[in-house]
Write a new protein. Structure first.
Length: 238
């Protein structure tokens, strides 16, 4: 049975026509997962903005949550590695959908090989400004304050900020490609057979003597994903 990995769909962050394309492409991927997978790993930023209220779920997200629940009902294990748009994940995915959430990174075995998976935000040492922002966003008091804003206003504000941030970082992150590669080399030298990183929105594959580094790309323009079966690792697209 195969393992599939994808990232960076940023659902809710684009125009209506672009969102329709994402949904169609994700459905193609999920059909593949249903046909031959035992495991699906979402490597962060499935949504352009996710803030977990106690009683509220944005109406545009119900289809994807229902679809993931269907996959779990069919016996497919799902892991979610949080990304920079997933700061405020609570226990909803675990308790309601049966999806295991991993904060920031996941070290696991696939086909008997040890692999390292991380969304990748903040990996570049030169991106010191993001490290400060990350601490601010994850501060419990700041999260408590945000909860006091009416949910409709909060989502509208967050999506505007998120879209502006994504447009900015899509240019900036291209500068960090070499630093991500160096991070992967370090992990391969630690004995991991494969390193999977997201966040850059660029499908990248680098094969080395001691393993492989893959950046999963995105589900906005590349619609790229990883498929692993019998120790064969492929970077594909739908």
């Amino acid at each position: 049975m195969a393992v599939y990995i994808f990232s960076d769909a940023h659902l809710g962050g684009c125009s209506a026509s672009e969102e329709a394309t994402k949904r169609a492409k994700l459905e193609q991927l999920f059909c593949k997962v249903e046909s031959d997978a035992s495991r699906l790993i979402i490597l962060g930023d499935l949504f352009d903005f996710w803030f977990e209220y106690r009683h509220t779920i944005p109406k545009g997200y119900h289809w994807i949550l229902s679809r993931l629940f269907e996959l779990r009902e069919k016996g497919i294990n799902i892991d979610y590695v949080s990304g920079n748009h997933d700061f405020w994940m609570g226990d909803f995915f675990q308790t309601e959908l049966g999806i295991t959430v991993h904060r920031d990174m996941l070290d696991t075995d696939i086909d008997g090989r040890r692999v390292h998976l991380i969304h990748g935000d903040g990996l570049a040492k030169s991106d010191w400004g993001y490290g400060i922002l990350k601490r601010i966003l994850r501060n419990r008091f700041n999260i408590w304050l945000y909860l006091k804003i009416p949910s409709d206003w909060a989502y509208s504000l967050a999506l505007k900020v998120s879209r502006g941030s994504r447009a900015h970082t899509s240019v900036r992150d291209k500068i960090f490609v070499a630093e991500y590669d160096q991070y992967a080399i370090g992990k391969l030298n630690q004995g991991f057979a494969a390193v999977f990183i997201a966040h850059l929105h660029q499908p990248i594959r680098v094969d080395r003597e001691n393993g492989v580094y893959i950046n999963t790309g995105d589900f906005i323009s590349h619609f790229s994903f990883v498929r692993i079966e019998n120790s064969r690792t492929e970077l594909l697209s739908v």
